[in-house]
Each structure stands twice: as C-alpha cells, then as structure tokens.
Design a protein around this ligand. Sequence first.
Ligand SMILES: [Cu+2]
Length: 261
Amino acid sequence: MKKLLLAAAAAVALPAMAQAHFLLEYTTETMIKAPGDVPVKLIFWHPFENGHVMDLEMPQEFFMVHNGERTDLKGTLEPVRFKGAANEGAAFKGSVPVKRSGDYVLVTVPVPYYEEAEDAYIQQITKAFLNRNELPTDWMEPVGLPTEIIPLNKPYNVIAGGTFTGQVLANGEPVAGAEIEIEYMAAEPDMESSAASAPTVSPMPGGSVVAISDANGYFSFGVPKAGYWGFAALGSGPATEHEGKELSQDAVIWIRAWDME
Ligand SMILES: [Cu+2]
C-alpha cells in the first residue's frame, strides 16, 4: 500500500513516471534462423507509450544460459544512446552468440537505478528468450536469480489470443500477492538507429495493466495481440534497501506472441 501511495504522489509530480517502466532486452527476432551473433539492446524505458528514457549504467551482470551453462556477455556491451519521443538516455548494445540449437536465456542484473521522483531505487532483474531450431532446452528452468518469473508457456512463441502463465519466485520460493505490471512493447526500438519506432497502439486508460500472483506465485494473462509483452513483478525480490533508501527489486520477463496464420 505504501508503494501505491508513493506511486500516486510521484504521478502528480511527474506524469511520465506513472506509466510502467521496463528494462528491455530487445532483439528483433526470438527464433533465430542462421547461427551468428544476434544484436541485443538493453534499454530502460516506458515502451507502452514511447515515454521517458532512463539512463542505464553498465549492468552488474549480463549473461546467457544455454544447455544449463552460463556465458558472460558483459564484454559485448557497448554504450549507445536511445531516443524516445520525449528524451534521450544511455543504453547498451550487445550481442548473443547463437550457434547450437536450443534456448538462449538472456539475463540482465542492472545496477539499482535511483528514481528521484520516489527517492527510491529500482532494480529490474530481466530475462528474455531466444531459440534456434525449435529445440527447447532451458526456457522452463529457473536461472537461480534473487527474484525471477518462471514461464509456464514457452515464452518465444506464445499464441496471440491465448494465455501466458508465469510463476513469481524470490530465492526459489513462490511469491504470493505480487503486483505484476503488464506492458506491450508498442514502440519497438530500431536496431540500426538510436531511436524508437512509432507506437502501434496507445496505452490503456486507467494506468498500468496489473495482475496479482496467487498463493503459489502464479499469474495468468490473456495475450490479446502479437508482439513483445513484458511482465514486471514489483518489489518481488528479497533486497528491499539500497544505500539507505527503499529498493524495489523487480523480476521482469519478456515474451513474444504471434498471430496464427
Ligand atoms: Cu516509470
């Protein structure tokens, strides 16, 4: 409740922050046809409405999990600028070496971001998923992060019009009653330029789209539209304080939905 009140106060002070912010691990494709280095962009942004871009620092960790094995990818990260409709901020471009068949789970553990409007820190521990040759290997396994969302549907080929179910974990245990913000990537980043594409839909009236996890940490969402969908379990992580201030340690997951053709 305290968090809700703080959010309401912040909304009055700075309308852009009323919308949900998401850390993006953006690739143009989730199913990778040819082996090679897949470019990825890390952007801390409000992608539903092409809103405020927040400066992203070099993350604490950026790695992939493939066949249960972690590979550090921090060395691939280069600073880039990212331009939203309202402002421009610091982001990163990296690359994911996709060679063998299977899943590639991308994980970013960012440095806590100081949000002035709320006098608090935000740390969105984020997962996204790539696959090559339709061989499922890793998508359903917990990575072992302080907090994470486990997908119960294969996250790179969700059917638009179907549902997506996830489970929120903190230290491997289910989190009941977590508030999960749900966001459509209405404006996709352009991989070649530093800009966003024009938003394809408008944000929903009434503020963020939200689900609450049940007693066992599960939530479901009917996915109405093809594209990238983000889910952020707010403050689901075990860490609640950073440098003497409140920390919201969030678990973020990105899925990709497709129209049936
Ligand atoms: Cu925000």
